[in-house]
Ligand binder design. Structure first.
Ligand code: ADP
Ligand code: AMP
Length: 219
């Protein structure tokens, strides 16, 4: 059975952190539009340059671009299921995703809403760093590396902070979230797909709540 889920929540809610566990434990494929756009920006193309400008300000990239990126990935092969991380972020993106999946005879099985207080998001975003080699996500205080400057998972010393993880961009990102993305909570509530989890709990406890949702799919 194919399982497709959406991780929905504000920037810093812990979507990427939980997505990595689901990839590892359940073999699902993570589709993060944020990661795809960061790849596009480092490609040095004209599109990459335009995308970088928008991302650094904390605004949303156009629906057309992100839907195109997702379409490409969905068409590029079979998977036991997808974790949509950071997509959809607008109602037109949600409609496009439904259409793309319907075209493959599939649908969304659950939308996991990660609930986190705004005040905690500032702290999470300002302490976040990631491994440039394997993508492991760390935090200065809640999840530091065991040895300073070295990734626990792959041993790389290429640890990075994101250009948009600063106070100014975060303000815009939160506004964009409330204006354009949070209406999706009502939308997926209405379609009976919404499954809230307590994103304020520690990473392991959030993982248990996410696992409980996953285990309940299809029952
Ligand atoms: P998102 O993908 O939703 O933007 P991330 O998974 O990148 O969020 O997490 C943002 C930051 O918060 C990272 O530094 C991560 O280590 C930390 N983090 C993630 N989940 C938790 C949690 N449950 N409790 C405390 N910190 C967390
Ligand atoms: P993220 O890695 O999910 O925090 O996304 C980083 C940035 O990429 C966002 O602030 C947006 O500029 C852009 N982005 C990522 N996903 C989307 C999306 N689904 N729609 C529009 N913009 C996106």
């Amino acid at each position: 059975m194919t399982i497709n889920i959406i991780l929905l929540g504000p920037p810093g809610a812990g979507k990427g952190t939980q997505a990595r566990t689901l990839v590892e434990q359940r073999g699902l494929v993570q589709l993060s539009t944020g990661d795809m756009l960061r790849d596009a920006r480092s490609s040095g193309t004209e599109m990459g340059r335009r995308v970088a400008e928008v991302m650094d300000k904390g605004q949303l990239v156009t629906d057309e671009i992100v839907i195109g990126l997702i379409r490409e990935k969905l068409e590029s092969g079979d998977a036991p299921g997808f974790i949509f991380d950071g997509f959809p972020r607008t109602l037109p993106q949600a409609d496009a995703l439904n259409d793309l999946l319907a075209g493959m005879g599939q649908s969304i099985d659950a939308v996991i809403e990660m609930r986190v207080d705004d005040a905690a998001l500032v702290d999470r975003i300002s302490g976040r760093f990631t491994c440039g080699n394997c993508g492991e996500v760390y935090h200065d205080t809640t999840r530091p590396t065991a040895a300073e400057g070295t990734c626990d998972v792959c041993g790389s010393t290429d640890l990075k902070r994101r250009a948009d993880d600063n106070a100014d961009a975060l303000k815009t990102r939160l506004l964009e979230y409330y204006k354009k993305t949070s209406p999706l909570i009502g939308y997926y509530y209405a379609t009976k797909q919404l499954q809230p989890v307590d994103g304020m709990a520690d990473v392991a406890e959030v993982g248990r709540q996410v696992a409980a949702v996953m285990d309940g799919i299809g029952r």
